[in-house]
Design a protein around this ligand. Sequence first.
Ligand code: TZP
Ligand code: MG
Length: 220
Amino acid sequence: LEREVLALIKSAVDLTLYLLTDDAYLNEEKFWRVIEDCLKNGVTAFQYRAKGKKGAEMYREGMRLKELCEKHGVSYFVNDRLDLGMALNADGVHVGQEDLPLEVVKKHFPGKIIGLSATNYEEGITGIKAGADYLGLGPIFPTSTKEDAAPPCGVEVIRKLKEEFPNTPVIAIGGIDKEKVSEVIRAGADGIAVISAVFGAESPAKAVYELRETIIKAKE
Ligand code: TZP
Ligand code: MG
């Protein structure tokens, strides 16, 4: 029963519009206001992602972000780092192909949502079979945000994965903006994860609002 209850709680988490941080966009005090505006305007999940920072700073920033997410009822994830996710009691941890193995993360963070990055169909299938709670699939399109990004995989991979495993949420990432979002949702993506479409926008809060509206329309 406990397992069923946990599965229900997990499936209630809304990954429709998943906002990630990037070092380039978390370097000035003004971004804290920007982030809070985004959390108020339609972001459903948030991931603290910091590639060039050490534990002490990540703990401080991560705690501050978690408190903001809690205040606005937005699910909170930590990228790469199981230890930080545990220390912050995040809602989940998101790992890549080169982080701690999914099985290990699941074992040490029971009841939490463990997401996995997949860059293509094979990684996606393997990850779903290994029990990823959701996939972050991409880059779907070219992106200039992630330096070591794999080649873009395109939207057909979303369609194929969802055909085979309709129950595992697939969150599309990489180069997704207002113009591209309908295409990925219609291909079957459960949600989108974005950085520059929001933080690079003149009005990030407006970008969030518009992305959310477009997703809802594309799902109809
Ligand atoms: N993983 C695959 S692409 C990417 C990550 C973290 C970057 C996404 O950033 P953007 O600006 O939304 O393309
Ligand atoms: Mg990673």
